[in-house]
Design a protein around this ligand. Structure first.
Ligand code: HEC
Length: 114
């Protein structure tokens, strides 16, 4: 392989690396996804309403969350909102999982498997 070919190969590699999806919304795997959906329905639902239309906490429906930045919603789940009833979930979900939950909430939570 000469130098030009090597440079071309490197460019192709970099292009693929850049095209790969970043961690946000990474797929946690079917089993963990079911656990996370159950967590949202039960634990989050106890404050945000069993249908997530609001209760002690605000609605977490796609309509309610549509215009809110996913990054800050993810941080709200991980860190909670100090001074409010919203607790931090960092001990229970990873950053990628919190981002996945936000993605699901913004598009409408599905039940169970795909
Ligand atoms: C003990 C009650 C409680 C539980 C349990 C709870 N929340 Fe909350 N949550 C709140 C309250 C209250 C707020 C509003 C905080 C504020 O005033 O800013 C909130 C805010 C939020 C927000 C920001 C909404 C917005 O419109 O900015 C998100 C997202 C959220 N919660 C997600 C979750 C998720 C996901 C779970 C479960 C993993 C959860 N919450 C569990 C009480 C709760």
């Amino acid at each position: 392989m000469d130098a030009v070919q090597a440079a071309e190969a490197l460019l192709v590699f970099v292009a693929f690396a850049l095209a790969a999806p970043v961690t946000a919304g990474a797929d946690p795997g079917a089993e963990r996804e079911r656990e996370l959906v159950a967590l949202v329905r039960q634990d989050c639902g106890s404050c945000h309403g069993m249908t997530l239309k609001g209760g002690l906490g605000p609605a977490l429906t796609p309509e309610a969350l549509r215009d809110k930045p996913a990054d800050s919603l993810t941080l709200t789940i991980l860190n909670g909102r100090p001074g409010t009833a919203m607790p931090p979930w960092r001990p229970f979900v990873s950053e990628a999982e919190a981002a996945w939950i936000v993605e699901q909430l913004q598009r409408g939570l599905r039940d169970g498997a795909h």
